[in-house]
Design a protein around this ligand. Structure first.
Ligand SMILES: Cc1cc2nc3c(=O)[nH]c(=O)nc-3n(C[C@H](O)[C@H](O)[C@H](O)COP(=O)(O)O)c2cc1C
Length: 209
């Protein structure tokens, strides 16, 4: 582990919600976490549609680009290709402390629920499950079918934390960034990291009655 407080695998798939993923990378880097990043092809497409980021195509270039953007330390942000089976997270011996899939498609949810392991992202999730490490799934879809709900239930019963991208409004968000931070704050909390994005419930309650 060395200079970093923990290692988190982050899978970005092609569900709507790329801003959540970018904010999460930002917060993890600032929290001195080492990030192993995988982005599916549809994830790159959606990122291009939902943000102004012009992500390069190749993993090594994405790594350089995002490391510079988020001021990552040497080796802190490592980007792996979807067929890079030599990546540490392809094996139980290199498993990260936790894995987050954010945002997660119903397609990736299904592949993970049946152990398909066709891509590094799916394999890393499979390894995370078999090694009994925390797996957080930030699903984004509406409405949900019986297939989606059954897949979610199957994974939750295995200990997966299902964190659908459903921001609350009780903190009076004033911007899209506030909504994004709501979801990212909950992810950080579940990773056991301090977060200053959102006060914990009851901690900013000025009503003293
Ligand atoms: C703009 C856009 C938004 C999408 N949003 C969602 C979504 O919110 N949830 C979802 O499950 N799929 C969504 N999809 C479809 C997935 O990208 C598609 O099913 C893809 O094959 C998923 O592959 P992946 O899980 O490997 O990324 C979206 C696709 C596009 C182009």
């Amino acid at each position: 582990m060395g200079q970093f407080c923990k290692t988190v695998s982050l899978g970005i798939t092609g569900a709507s919600g790329a801003p959540y993923a970018l904010r999460l990378i930002d917060c993890l880097i600032k929290a001195n976490v080492r990030v192993y990043l995988m982005i599916s092809k549809p994830g790159q497409v959606v990122m291009g549609m939902e943000t102004d980021l012009k992500l390069p195509a190749r993993s090594a270039e994405i790594q350089r680009f995002l490391s510079s953007r988020y001021a990552a330390a040497e080796g802190q942000l490592q980007v792996f290709g979807q067929d890079q089976w030599t990546a540490p997270i392809a094996s139980g011996s290199g498993v990260a402390d936790a894995m987050v899939i954010c945002p997660c498609t119903t397609g990736s949810l299904s592949a993970i629920a049946c152990g398909a392991s066709r891509s590094l992202l799916e394999r890393a999730a499979d390894v995370t499950l078999k090694e009994r490490r925390p797996l957080l799934v930030v699903l984004r879809e509406m409405p949900l079918s019986e297939i989606h709900l059954e897949n979610m239930l199957k994974l939750v019963r295995m200990g997966v934390v299902m964190l659908p991208a459903t921001p609350g409004f009780y903190h009076r968000p004033e911007s899209v960034n506030d909504l994004v931070d709501f979801v990212v704050a909950r992810i950080l909390e579940h990773l056991g990291l301090d977060q200053q994005l959102l006060p914990s419930w009851g901690m900013d309650n000025s009503d003293s009655s």
